[in-house]
Design a binder for this molecule. Structure first.
Ligand code: SAM
Length: 304
């Protein structure tokens, strides 16, 4: 091959469909496809979420006192005790990425948990944990260099867990089926955050709860500015405050488009959530968490 870089760039789509390259070929592909390529963004996602979700189970993970893995799990541990609604049926883990929170919810509640996401590579990695217990991921060092990590998680064969590829904005479920919903750090990643809240409310059973956490890191690549909840229009009454707008969208929150059956039951502010970019770069978010509950079904009017 005279110009391997050009060949690999042109063949990117068929190449990234395969995910079992040796570490050397993986590195060659990374160098040839370069920064900003699909291959690179897949590796970066796996690196970031792989580290946070499973790094705590890696005996070879060096101590990182300021950026320990497990920040999504810690968010869950800090907020689950605030949830009073009974969890007595299937759980939906929305935007589960590589799936650790789904395994954790199954461990805590011993009930079926469905993790959903739209990122196929991350779902494949989650499904491999389910089948084999092994989580393999490229952990980014710096630039285009990565270290391949293989972690024995001990999480295989959890009969209560499954992972599906589906859109949180168009959930393929009937109304009122889930007993709990988890939306961790997803609200600002979807094209229509308001629709995301509506869909959560729709699929929850009456009386069921949900935890919604977000760093409000609005980005026009994820959602058009007009769909952001706050983060713009600081001349308005809410002064562009995302917290105020989100609060107002719950039942009795006073917004004309408030979701009538979704009540706010608790809030926690400034919880840490850390996203590892590479060996020398970590983003520390300060996350706002809201606990919600779908109101019990309104009494049916008896027609005599
Ligand atoms: C910021 S990550 C958070 C991952 C995980 N919940 C956590 O806190 O570690 C957002 C996740 O949502 C997924 N996602 C974004 N938009 C989605 C959509 N419309 N439907 C399903 N998943 C989506 C992304 O692929 C990504 O895995």
């Amino acid at each position: 091959m005279a110009d391997i870089r050009e060949f690999i760039r042109q063949s990117a789509f068929s190449i990234v469909k395969r995910n079992n390259f040796s570490e050397d070929i993986e590195s060659l592909l990374g160098d040839c496809m370069g920064p900003g390529s699909m291959h690179e963004s897949i590796r970066q996602y796996l690196s970031t979420y792989g580290y946070d979700h499973y790094g705590d189970l890696d005996p070879n993970e060096p101590e990182q006192p300021d950026a320990k893995p497990g920040s999504a799990l810690r968010l869950l541990a800090e907020t689950l005790p605030e949830m009073t609604p009974l969890v007595d049926g299937p759980i939906l883990d929305l935007g589960c990425s590589v799936g650790r929170t789904s395994f954790e919810l199954s461990r805590v509640f011993k009930t079926p948990v469905l993790g959903i996401d739209l990122n196929f590579t991350m779902l494949q990695a989650a499904a491999k944990v389910l089948e084999t217990g092994i989580f393999t991921y490229p952990k980014r060092r710096v630039g285009l260099t990565y270290e391949r990590k293989t972690i024995k998680t001990g999480l295989m064969d959890d009969k209560n867990v499954d992972f599906w590829a589906c859109d949180v904005l168009n959930l393929p479920f009937s109304n009122s089926v889930f007993s709990f919903g988890l939306s961790l750090n997803l609200l600002d990643c979807v094209g229509n955050p308001y629709l995301h809240l509506q869909e959560i409310e729709r699929v929850l059973k009456p009386g069921a709860g949900a935890i919604i956490s977000t760093p409000y890191d609005w980005n026009a690549n994820a959602s058009p500015v007009e769909n952001w909840l706050g983060g713009h229009s600081q001349r308005s009454e809410a002064k562009g405050s995302s917290e105020r707008i989100l609060r107002s969208l719950f039942a009795k929150g006073g917004h004309s488009q408030a979701i009538p059956n979704l009540e706010l039951i608790f809030e926690k502010e400034n919880l840490p959530w850390t996203v590892r970019v590479h060996h020398r770069s970590y983003m520390n978010y300060s996350v706002h968490v809201m606990g919600a509950q779908k109101s019990a079904a309104p009494n049916k009017v008896e027609v005599l």
